[in-house]
Design a protein around this ligand. Structure first.
Ligand SMILES: Cc1cc2nc3c(=O)[nH]c(=O)nc-3n(C[C@H](O)[C@H](O)[C@H](O)COP(=O)(O)OP(=O)(O)OC[C@H]3O[C@@H](n4cnc5c(N)ncnc54)[C@H](O)[C@@H]3O)c2cc1C
Length: 1008
């Protein structure tokens, strides 16, 4: 075989001064750009120029402006527009920098912005980046590009699909658009030069697809189903593309979808029908640390399948999002920390693409002159013909750079988003952020007059700054347990293997544990799998009153010594429990899945929370264990410290079978108390497992005793027992009130006033304002209402929607609910599973039946036809009057009551019409309404613009008041105090007129 240009140039490359060449091309590009008009966004004149200029000069203004832009399309009346504009950018709200204030004055004050045309102005701004939804306009714009020798790729705006119906619509819009454009393009008199490659003519019709819009239920736990479902909608698009000779590109979205996108690409284009067409490609993001590995894999795939694909190398559009989300989840951050590292990686990968010019077609998506010049220089060094590859840029961005690239005889393609403005807002905001980013090339070039020298600097020189290490937590600082990243195959495999292991070990007997010894009983209660009532998870011993007394005696014997054990030692045992739970995470998840009917992520969240409780309460106790001075005064020492309360009973529910049980038990134990643990009858095996872990961690005998058995008898006996000092209870209002009352009666000989730590239910409400982000509100409300089948005390059960939005919102809500996968939690990907037990199923079905007489049954899901499982179809009632049972009573199942409010006042009034006060929420983009909700909604945990479930230890101390509980906050710093009594020790340190030296020194230190 004759040597390729690439090979021939290998020798040359040793003498090639790459940096000099990059500079030379950079200067040429700049010179060409100078001849063109600067982009209007950076003109500093007119509406766009001025607001962009202000945005770059004042971060706060920028945030407020972009938030306003985000909400604007949903505002239907000019009064609403005016109201929001004032709320976001009114003089009182915006704390402008002094420089901007001067500029503003010169422009005639903020009223300049308040002109009636603001919506038109912002729409016009959006039009700069999007082609709109008018077919004629779309065709005209693309034709104009064609005449300018600029090729195109079209993308349909609308990244969030909340239901399968919306995914269908999205797929259909692609088919329609392709038909339209194929027809029109065929009429154009001459082909676009940017589609002329030395390897032949490229398809004029080039389409970019966001795969997330083709399936509404992508679950990280179940990529296979996602791939199947997306493929079903994708195949007709690929088929049509093949018929029309079109090119299909997959865009790359957020990191959670990255592996899925790659996998889908490789599987679908290997199918025999698509193995030879359509021509295809995908985007790769250089800001990802693992991009190089993925790209090399893709090259192997292309080589193996002899498929010439196009790789569009971009830097990546979701840097802030990826960074924030990873930080929130305590996952390692997938993107580079420094912009220069991304730039350097882009250059490294550009080289890799050019080196593989024989296998793939490279497309470089960048508006950065340095990045572009580097591609040109490397291509020259390697002898890759300049028209073998193409540059791609976004419609409406960086026009002078486009002109320069064309002038240098390069091929250029524009990425042209089409569609309605509303779904396009996320895209617009991304573009505005990109144009105003302090680090971005565009702002530096066009707004900040950064020198050419600086703009052309080699990013590798700058990238050598060491990246900040993922902070290794100080051993004593609490860090939340990360949730499992189910996108990783090895993590999914662990759960699958654990389920298999558990299946081989079901049906065991779980005795009581008293004084760390197993105690068998005459009766044994089977614990059944909610998804299969013929499957016995295990048998729980059934304690009688005699065994309850024996457990109490054991706790009383153990408690004094345990109380004297240093707090740090007690804390260390909890930390050991946490470590053991982490070791057994997959097995504990499997147990939750089979015994409590949880799906994978819900099971994982419960285990993670249990780990958090242990570590967090250990950290808090270490601190509380050190006596604190109350006040520093000469000659007297005043120290406050804490003593344990004594003996307690822990009565836990089944809905968070490990977390709540562990939370209450670990708080009591670490505080120096001894306890009797009474897990729920529905999840006793999980309770038994916790007991085993406590013993394994080294908890001394008698400090915790496990007592499974009938709550009505054994539990009630203990609650009313005079030797019990406290009760920690989480469960229904009915039982909670009984405990509260019983504990309030002082029996003869009782040593202490009993403390009751009581968490009961809720009738939690979310308000959806008329300006809410519907995509987020629909998804968040569905998750809050139907997550774990509505069996969380924090679950959403009353939804109040403002009337402007009501019809559209309810329609989307129902469509979204109807798209949820329903089935056993064991099967990865199922969102809705069975309710906990047969009696719960019957009770909830009864409430639904009765509800039909009170409100309109708007929708009911279809559950698997499985007589062995306890399914309740998820149900939505609308037109629910506030007087109805549906609106007032806790259901603890997948039933959502929706009501309409005429305005925000009425919505708050309705929301507060409840005897409960646990969680609450609001979706709104009005700063004034958000402030009102913060002040007026009566609940213990208020969530704004997010789901109302999923509290995280320390971050969201959790608990309600009114009939929801005693106002304690599980997972908060003050929680432990419930299990302690405070003492203050005052000592007069003066002896015959002098204070001991160490006293005075200590004091002097403190005073300093
Ligand atoms: C035709 C085309 C198609 C595109 N398709 C996609 C796509 O499918 N998926 C996608 O995600 N994006 C896509 N993009 C968007 C693209 O990622 C951004 O436009 C691009 O990152 C901007 O890079 P630049 O070289 O033009 O600008 P520059 O200003 O040189 O680079 C900006 C980029 O640097 C990175 N960055 C910024 N700050 C930091 C930091 N502190 N640390 C590390 N990195 C940082 C970010 O990626 C940021 O976008 C596409 C762009 C084009 C032109």
């Amino acid at each position: 075989m004759p040597p390729t240009a690439l090979e021939k140039n290998k020798d040359k490359s040793t003498t090639f001064d790459l940096e000099a060449k990059v500079r030379q091309y950079g200067e040429q590009l700049f010179a060409q750009m100078d001849a063109a008009e600067p982009p209007s966004l950076f003109s500093k004149k007119g509406f766009y120029g001025t607001v962009m200029d202000w945005s770059m000069r004042d971060e706060h203004f920028k945030t407020q402006l972009f938030r306003f832009v985000d909400v604007l399309p949903t505002l239907t009346s000019s009064s609403e527009v005016g109201k929001h504009l004032k709320e976001y950018l009114g003089d009182d709200e915006v704390k402008l920098s002094p420089a901007l204030r001067v500029g503003l004055k010169a422009a005639g004050g903020m009223s300049w912005l308040f002109g009636s045309g603001i919506k038109a102005q912002v729409t016009g701004m959006a039009r700069q980046f999007m082609l709109g939804d008018d077919n004629k306009e779309i065709v005209a714009t693309l034709k104009k590009l064609n005449e300018q020798e600029i090729a195109f790729t079209v993308d349909i705006l609308g990244e969030t699909v909340v239901s399968e119906a919306e995914a269908d619509q999205y797929a259909k819009r692609y088919l329609d658009l392709m038909d339209l454009l194929a027809r029109e393009v065929s009429k154009w008199s001459r082909p676009c030069q940017s589609n002329e490659s030395p390897r032949g003519r490229l398809p004029a019709l080039n389409v970019s697809v966001k795969i997330s819009a083709l399936y509404s239920q992508i679950q990280p736990t179940d990529p296979d189903t996602a791939i199947n479902r997306i493929s079903v909608r994708l195949r007709p698009i690929l088929r049509r593309a093949k018929e029309l000779g079109a090119f299909i590109n997959f865009d790359m979205e957020s990191y959670v979808l990255k592996d899925l996108t790659l996998q889908l690409f490789k599987t679908i284009f290997a199918e025999s029908e698509f193995a030879s067409g359509p021509t295809c490609g995908l985007a790769m993001q250089a800001y990802l640390k693992d991009c190089e590995g993925d790209l090399r894999d893709l090259l192997d795939w292309a080589r193996e399948h002899k498929r010439r694909i196009t790789v569009r190398l971009v830097k990546g559009a979701y840097w802030d999002y990826e960074t924030i989300i990873a930080q929130q989840r305590h996952w390692s951050i997938p993107v580079f920390a420094h912009k220069a590292e991304t730039d350097a990686n882009f250059e490294k990968l550009s080289l890799l693409l050019l080196e593989n010019d024989r296998i793939i077609d490279a497309a470089f998506g960048s508006h950065n002159v340095r990045s572009i010049a580097h591609v040109l220089a490397q291509a020259e060094r390697l002898g890759v013909a300049r028209r073998n590859f193409e540059f791609q840029m976004l419609y409406g961005m960086a026009d002078p750079i486009k002109a320069a690239v064309l002038a240098m005889d390069c091929r250029l393609r524009e990425y042209c988003p089409v569609g309605e403005l509303l779904p396009g807002m996320a895209y617009l905001v991304r573009r505005l952020l990109e144009n105003t980013s302090n680090e971005g090339f565009l702002a530096n070039k066009f707004a900040k007059d950064t020198s050419r020298d600086a703009l052309l600097r080699n990013p590798s020189d700058l990238a050598r700054i060491p990246a900040p290490q993922d902070s290794t937590p100080d051993a004593r600082t609490f860090v939340n347990e990360p949730h499992i990243d189910f996108t990783l195959p090895r993590e999914r495999e662990k759960i699958r293997a654990a389920l298999q292991r558990l299946r081989q070990n079901l049906g065991n007997r779980h005795p009581l544990v008293i004084n760390n010894k197993p105690v068998s009983t005459a009766d044994w209660l089977p614990s059944l799998n909610p998804a299969n009532q013929t499957e016995i998870i295990g048998y729980a011993a059934q304690a009688s009153v005699a065994e309850a007394d024996s457990a109490l005696a054991s706790a009383r014997t153990a408690q004094p010594k345990w109380a004297r054990t240093p707090a740090a030692e007690r804390a260390a045992i909890l930390e050991k429990v946490a470590a053991l739970m982490r070791r057994d995470k997959a097995d504990l998840c499997a147990l939750e899945i089979l015994e409590a009917g949880k799906n994978w992520p819900e099971a994982d969240a419960d285990v993670a929370e249990a780990i958090d409780f242990c570590n967090f309460y250990a950290a808090v106790m270490r601190d509380l264990g050190r006596p604190k001075r109350t006040q520093v005064v000469a000659g007297e020492s005043n120290l406050q410290h804490w003593w344990p309360r004594g003996i307690g009973v822990i009565i836990a529910p089944w809905n968070f079978p490990l977390a709540i049980l562990t939370g209450m038990a670990s708080a009591a134990i670490v505080a120096g108390n001894a306890i009797i643990i009474k897990p729920s009858d529905q999840t006793p095996v999980i309770g038994a497992r916790l007991m085993e872990l406590l013993i394994e961690a080294g908890l001394p005998a008698g400090v915790a005793n496990l007592l499974t058995g009938p709550g009505g008898k054994v539990g009630a006996h203990l609650v009313s027992h005079p030797q019990i000092d406290f009760i920690a209870f989480t469960g229904s209002k009915e039982v909670g009130l009984r405990i509260w009352e019983s504990a309030g009666r002082t029996a003869p000989g009782q040593a202490n006033l009993k403390k009751v730590v009581c968490e009961m239910g809720g009738k939690n409400c979310v308000i959806v304002d008329s300006d809410a982000d519907m995509d987020e509100a629909v998804v968040g409300c569905i998750a809050s209402a139907f997550g774990y089948q509505g069996q969380k005390c924090s679950a959403l059960s009353r939804l109040i929607v403002l009337e402007d939005n009501y019809d559209k919102f309810v329609e989307r809500l129902i469509a979204a609910a109807g798209s949820l996968p329903i089935g056993p939690g064991e099967q990865a990907g199922n969102v809705i599973g069975p309710v906990i037990a047969r009696d719960a199923e019957q009770r909830i079905l009864g409430i639904i039946e009765a509800g039909k007489k009170e409100a309109k049954l708007a929708w009911q899901g279809t559950v698997p036809n499985d007589a062995n499982a306890c399914y309740v179809p998820p149900t939505i009632f609308t037109e629910v009057p506030s007087t109805s049972r549906l609106f007032r009573e806790e259901i603890f199942g997948p039933v959502l009551a929706v009501s309409k409010a005429k305005d925000f006042d009425q919505a708050i009034e309705l929301a507060n019409e409840s005897e409960f006060a646990l969680t609450g929420g609001c979706y709104s983009r009005s700063p004034v309404n958000i402030e009102r909700i913060k002040n007026e909604l009566v609940c213990g945990n208020l969530y704004i613009n997010r789901t109302i479930t999923g509290a995280i230890v320390e971050r969201h101390p959790f608990g309600g008041f009114k009939m929801s509980g005693g106002g304690t906050k599980a997972g908060g710093r003050e929680y432990l105090v419930n299990f302690l009594v405070p003492r203050v020790v005052t000592e007069n340190c003066i002896r015959r007129g002098f204070a001991p030296v160490e006293e005075s020194q200590g004091m002097r230190r403190e005073l300093a």
